[in-house]
Ligand binder design. Structure first.
Ligand code: S3P
Length: 172
């Protein structure tokens, strides 16, 4: 029997889910898993290619199944893709779990991911696209999160510590 993930990180792309997730895993002495990486491994293709070739709805289906499997199998630190919360079934899978929303403001976002063309959703006009994206998603992040941890102006180590404090988890 598995106990479920110790921490599930959600939040927009660039909020530090992977970096903070890896640090948390180290601090907790627990494995790290990332549903984006699971999808890439299972499909043998990059996420940007899946978006272009089959469209976002198909990607969200793959993502829902990746979240379902990870939540059932993984008892360490789990990071989800930034748009996972858009899918109502995916949100339902997160109910009752220690979900942490890593939040960040628009200027920080543009600084961190604005020029990263591997992120298909922000490739054209990063600032405007970011605002629209967050208007559509902010309430969903908040709805599924047990706690919100702000990342602006904080190092990944500081964010990881804030997550441990917020969930009252102890380092290994
Ligand atoms: C997406 C975020 C990405 C990835 C895909 C879509 C989004 O994950 O799942 O490009 O819709 O915000 P990261 O948040 O890990 O970059």
């Amino acid at each position: 029997m598995t106990t479920g993930p110790l921490v599930v990180l959600i939040g927009p792309m660039g909020s530090g889910k992977s970096t903070v997730g890896a640090l948390l895993a180290e601090r907790l002495g627990a494995p790290y898993r990332d549903t984006d990486a699971d999808i890439v491994a299972a499909q043998g293709r990059e996420i940007a290619d899946i978006f272009v070739d089959e469209g976002e709805p198909h990607f969200r289906e793959l993502e829902r199944e990746a979240v379902r499997a990870a939540v059932a199998e993984h008892s360490g630190v789990l990071a989800l893709g930034g748009g996972a919360v858009l899918d109502a079934s995916t949100r339902a899978l997160l109910s009752g779990l220690p979900v942490v929303y890593l939040s960040m403001d628009v200027e920080e976002a543009v600084k961190r991911v604005g020029l990263n063309t591997a992120r298909p959703l922000l490739a054209v006009n990063p600032r405007r696209q970011w605002r629209e994206l967050m208007e559509a998603r902010r309430h969903l992040y908040t709805e599924v999160a047990r706690v919100v941890v702000e990342t602006d102006g904080r190092t990944p180590e500081e964010v990881a510590q804030a997550v441990l404090d917020a969930l009252e988890l102890k380092s290994a």
